[in-house]
Design a binder for this molecule. Sequence first.
Ligand code: ADP
Ligand code: MG
Length: 349
Amino acid sequence: MIEDKNQNKTSLSELGEFGLINHLTKHFKLKNASTIKGVGDDAAVLDASEKQTLVSTDLLIEGVHFDLSYMPLKHLGYKAVMVNLSDVYAMNGTAEQITVSIAVSNRFPLEAIEELYAGIQLACETYNIDLIGGDTTSSTKGMLISVTAIGKAAKEDVVYRNGAKETDLIVVSGDLGAAYLGLQVLEREKQVFQVDPNNQPDLDAYTYLIERQLKPEARKDIAGLLKELGVKPTSMIDISDGLSSEIMHICSKSKVGCKLYEDKFPLDPQVISTCEEFNMDSTMIALSGGEDYELLFTVPIADFDNIKGNPNFSIIGHITEENQGMNLVTRANQEIALQAQGWNALKKE
Ligand code: ADP
Ligand code: MG
């Protein structure tokens, strides 16, 4: 059934599956030499170089991972690509291709899917990625998007989660907690809007937070930056579920412990002011907020001078022996055991 708001819109059934795929993908240009064949045959063809291939995939489901009442479809397309590129960058690699599979109900007109693909295309152009295939099918309810990213790295450059060593420094790029607070702001505005649709939200104080939630950027730049500094991380992971659960992944895979220092956490001024306004603890938000898509990594202590003072990086702690556990050192110099609370857990409170 086509809803009223879809009047003058094109029903997906008018195009048919192949018409739709062609319509959505025809404006994408191939950019990478490793892409021999993209969309249009039974399988894409990639040139396997002497490097190692990195593959990462994510499945996003409406109502579980995104809410279209405040997530514009163009942003959703962009973000769906970012979360996958971020995983490839977290291996210290270069991303070159994606596949995109979608399932949509007939609630969505063609124009909605075009918006989604406009976001995907913007991401591909900005990050030099080729769209090389996917699958298109219908769903009985809502929208599903699955993106797979393919990248590469020289064998000696790949960084795993399991290489952190005792005394290594723990480093994070960018700042933490803003994307989660952006989601809080958007959910609050949605509720206000439901009570009074004439209410015009004033979001000036939260622009950075909302941008971090709706238009995250994967850290494509970090691998190159580290190479320039002559630093190879001993372990690395991207921050999708929150600092706390990510450092716990590194520690458990590397069989080490850690100390994180509360006073070293990088926080944007909007995070600090909004935490005060919402009566939230900014340390808790930085630890458990998630969706930052920053990179968390460890480096040998000998690299301290290479990292220290670099505006892209904050040294937030160090690796310890495994039997010391995983701890947060508070401003009052108390040690508290870290808890693996992803942002989903936080949401339920
Ligand atoms: P098959 O029947 O062999 O699965 P399809 O008809 O599903 O092939 O797909 C035709 C071509 O279009 C393939 O190259 C496929 O990868 C690509 N494709 C299908 N759906 C999408 C999509 N949503 N986004 C990008 N490419 C797609
Ligand atoms: Mg198919």
